[in-house]
Design a protein around this ligand. Structure first.
Ligand code: C5P
Length: 235
């Protein structure tokens, strides 16, 4: 058996969980990692964003847990992932761009803080990871969704770097913003996501911290594969 065959066999059917604040590099890293390993990519933030989009469209208030739960239980959320884009569909409608608008971003933390909403989403997320071969990313994938993941990573980066990345994403989508607005928005969401009562953003005790401030995406992907391989060898 060749060395590369041995590595690929070893890496089959694993669960990789990445958490961290917005702009820490989770989404791009997870998507490319999934493409490299032939895994599925699960963007849990996109699920909460899709739910928020539908709620706002139907004039459901982000504080209305009962109505949000109804949407969470009935919504058909699907992904179509390619190496360069993760397309998101809810109830058959593509919402890939719509879920990234400032309006959705402003309200998603309040929507996702409700216990009943989280329970509905986490049940679906666990189901999607049942057969392994998945890279999941979000705020609670290492602590609540996949506490037994083969490797748990907490990605972080300085607030300036994170805001700069978010600004670039928005510019690419044709949405005007400023660095100051992005810094404010990230600080607000970091505080809200870390202090909420249910599944707050926190570093799992056994998660490896990777600071991506000075790393390229390729370096991040390589580093996580290295950490996964090391974790498997140690198990
Ligand atoms: O990762 P992204 O910035 O798209 O996530 C949007 C928001 O969704 C987060 O700020 C957080 O409020 C919520 N979220 C969550 N739990 C997750 C993923 C995202 O509460 N697992």
């Amino acid at each position: 058996m060749t060395a590369s065959k041995r590595i690929s066999d070893k890496l089959k059917h694993r669960i990789i969980a990445l958490d961290g604040p917005g702009g820490s590099g989770k989404s791009t890293t997870a998507r490319l990692l999934a493409a490299r390993l032939g895994y599925n990519y699960l963007d849990t933030g996109a699920m909460y964003r899709a739910l928020t989009y539908v709620a706002l469209k139907n004039r459901v208030l982000p504080s209305d847990a009962v109505e949000l739960k109804k949407i969470a239980d009935s919504a058909d959320i699907r992904f179509e992932t390619h190496a360069d884009v993760n397309r998101v569909f809810i109830n058959g409608q593509e919402v890939t761009q719509e879920i990234r608008t400032p309006d959705v971003t402003r309200h998603v933390s309040e929507v996702s803080a409700h216990k009943c909403v989280r329970e509905a989403m986490v049940t679906r997320q666990k189901e999607l990871g049942k057969s392994g071969s998945i890279v999941a990313e979000g705020r609670d994938t290492t602590t609540v969704v996949f506490p037994h993941a083969d490797i748990k990573v907490y990605l972080d980066a300085s607030i300036d770097v994170r805001a700069q990345r978010r600004l670039l994403d928005l510019q690419r989508a044709g949405i005007a913003s400023t660095l100051e607005e992005q810094i404010e928005d990230l600080k607000r969401r970091d505080a809200f996501d870390s202090r909420r009562a249910h599944s707050p953003l926190t570093r799992a005790g056994d998660a490896v911290v990777v600071d991506t401030s000075d790393m390229t995406i390729d370096q991040q992907v390589d580093e996580i594969i290295r950490l996964l391989t090391r974790a498997i060898d140690r198990a």
